[in-house]
Design a binder for this molecule. Structure first.
Ligand code: GTP
Ligand code: MG
Length: 575
């Protein structure tokens, strides 16, 4: 990434590494799936096609990420267990859960037609994910036993509920009948009332599904004499088992014991509270701006495979922008977003209480929705191109305590956009003019912005060529709600009320203060302290703490010179 004076904002990013010897489990869960299943008329209480679609997605996830050694799922949830020693993305929690949820969401969309050939997908599915760090094998065992018990209990309850409804009871009446009933009562109700032997129900409903990695011999090529050359490969297989947390099940699969360890003894009593104590989603600091930044994974390859125009493909950028619009429409707490290349930053308002500010829920919901929209909308933007690879993104959440720092963050991204775009434009023009890639790289080494502009003018024969490029390439895209006064309220003589009208995509200069002054609704607060501060620092003592005062609004604060943001730092003639 390029250097700029705004780079200090990176120091607000926090590390979230899961330390060894914790076992990493990623749990994913359908978001608003009761609506999704209603809209797509899933069968009640279980829709086998929907479950098999989930299973296929999980299988693809476990093949894509080789460190996932075991997965278990039912209904609209799945848990992915990584091998103990994994160093996947340096064990960083947000990277891991976001990549998995994103990949899963995109695959869900791509595979939909295979399982629901007659049903149009009416809105993008999305999921939430979190990492559960299991401190020991005992915790992992308790977690798996707990999830499988949930599968059984919810399936048994729902089977009864829907039989009662099918036989004339209202939803409320059916719930009333089931209140306080035990396992045995429900089995009897099913057997005596509806002639259903619960134990004979399909295993996929009662027990959920496991995805396991097994070693198989795979022929990679043939020798000259025709004999096969074989290698051991890990293959994902689907299994149903009555008790996935039992020693006998675990010991049947060598790779589980090898990569995770063994269970000391079988669990007799499940203590959900014990397991829940390991599910602590960390919350973002209150009253701070939350930025969720997502970034395409391996988009270098993805753009090559799909033959994106170099250095900028307008359709690819429009597709990203269209997904960002969808994200803003879905999450009303997002006040602004900025995108360039394969990345997008979403800014949530300071007071946002979305998912009680739990970072994993916010990041995963946004990255998941974005990914499934990207996959759904692909055809709209690339009608002639088949989607050959699964597009997926990682995500992270960062808090910025003041508007000034938030704007420095956005300026950092826009400066980066400009620097990269200018470099890439030169690079590809040199390549087109006949230089090899490494010659072009060497040619550009150490060149300043002005030199690059001159080079572009010279190569293209067009004066000030760089500034003739589309604004979207040079400035990136800003996506935000266009606001207007509510005329109805104004006509009634009330104080004018600002109303969201629609989400717009613009290519503006967000480094300049004038943009924010022209759109005071976005941040919803008066900005102060932007201009160089009137300062009393002696020029040689940057470490002294002094009172500094904003030239504009006269607000003062105590600060050390080197703790001020670059925008706040006094210009040299001030010193
Ligand atoms: P990771 O994010 O680390 O997984 O790597 P990445 O391959 O996604 O690269 P990175 O995010 O650093 O950079 C984005 C890459 O996407 C660029 O280097 C380009 O190769 C590619 N890309 C993004 N937008 C365009 C585009 O409009 N046209 C072309 N040709 N490539 C693009
Ligand atoms: Mg990327």
């Amino acid at each position: 990434m390029a250097n700029s004076k705004y780079e200090y904002v990176k120091s607000f990013e926090v590390e979230d590494e899961i330390m060894l010897p914790n076992i990493i489990v990623v749990n994913i869960d359908g978001r608003d799936f009761s609506r999704f299943s209603e809209m797509h008329e899933f069968m009640k209480p279980n829709d086998k096609r929907a479950l098999e679609l989930m299973n296929d997605c999980a299988k693809m996830v476990s093949e894509q990420f080789p460190d996932i050694i075991f997965s278990y799922g039912f209904s609209n949830e799945y848990s992915f267990v990584f091998k103990k020693e994994t160093n996947f993305y340096q064990r960083r929690a947000s990277k891991i859960f976001s990549l998995i949820i994103s990949y899963f969401s995109s695959v869900y969309v791509t595979k939909w037609k295979e399982f629901f050939p007659q049903t149009e997908m009416r809105f993008p599915p999305s999921f939430q994910s979190q990492v559960i760090s299991c401190a020991s094998m005992e915790v992992l065992q308790a977690y798996l036993a707990w999830r499988q018990r949930e599968c059984h209990l919810s399936n048994q309850y729902n089977t009864c509920l829907w039989e009662l409804i099918r036989n004339g009871k209202s939803g409320k009446e059916a719930e009333e009948i089931l209140k306080g009933t035990h396992k045995q009562d429900k089995n009897e109700l099913l057997y005596e009332g509806f002639n259903i032997n619960y134990k004979e129900q399909e295993a996929i409903f009662r027990q959920g599904t496991c995805i396991l990695k097994t070693e198989v011999q795979h022929i990679v090529k043939y020798n000259k004499d025709g004999s096969p050359v074989q290698r051991l490969r890990m293959k994902a297989i689907k299994v149903h088992s009555k008790n996935i947390a039992s020693r006998s099940f675990w010991n049947d699969y060598l790779c589980l014991c090898r990569e995770l360890g063994q269970f000391a003894e079988d669990v007799n009593k499940i203590k959900p509270d014990y397991v829940k104590s390991f599910l602590h989603g960390s919350k973002m600091m209150p009253s701070t701006w939350i930025v969720i930044r997502i970034d395409g994974c391996h988009f270098h390859r993805f753009s090559d495979v799909h033959e994106f125009e170099k250095p900028n493909d307008a359709q690819a950028l429009n597709l990203m922008n269209s997904c960002a619009v969808g994200v803003l429409e879905e999450f009303r707490d997002i006040v602004f977003s900025y995108g360039v290349s394969d990345e997008y930053s979403f800014v949530l308002k300071k007071e946002s209480q979305l998912y009680q500010r739990r970072s994993s829920e916010i990041v995963s919901a946004i990255v998941s929705l974005f990914s499934s929209m990207y996959t759904i909308k692909w055809k709209e933007f690339f009608p002639q191109k088949e989607l050959k690879h699964v597009p997926y993104f990682d995500g992270r959440a960062v808090c910025y305590p003041t508007s000034e720092i938030l704007l420095d963050y956005l300026a950092w991204r826009q400066v980066d956009c400009h620097i990269n775009n200018q470099y890439n434009t030169c690079f590809w023009m040199l390549v087109k003019s006949g230089k090899s890639k490494s010659e072009a790289q060497n040619y550009l080494k150490g060149t300043q912005s002005q030199e690059k502009n001159e080079l572009l003018t010279q190569l293209s024969g067009i004066i000030d060529y760089y500034n003739t490029l589309p604004l979207m390439f040079r400035r990136g895209s800003s996506v935000f709600w266009h606001m207007h006064d509510d005329e109805k309220m104004a006509n009634r003589g009330n104080e004018p009320v600002r109303k969201c009208c629609k989400v717009v995509v613009e290519h503006c200069n967000i480094i300049e203060k004038s943009f924010w002054e022209a759109h005071p609704d976005i941040l919803g607060e008066k900005l102060s302290c932007w201009k160089p501060l009137r300062c009393t620092f002696p020029s040689d003592s940057h470490h002294l703490t002094r009172r500094v005062t904003c030239c504009d609004c006269e607000v003062s604060k105590f600060a050390r010179y080197d703790n001020l943001s670059p925008l706040e730092q006094p210009s040299t003639n001030c010193l």
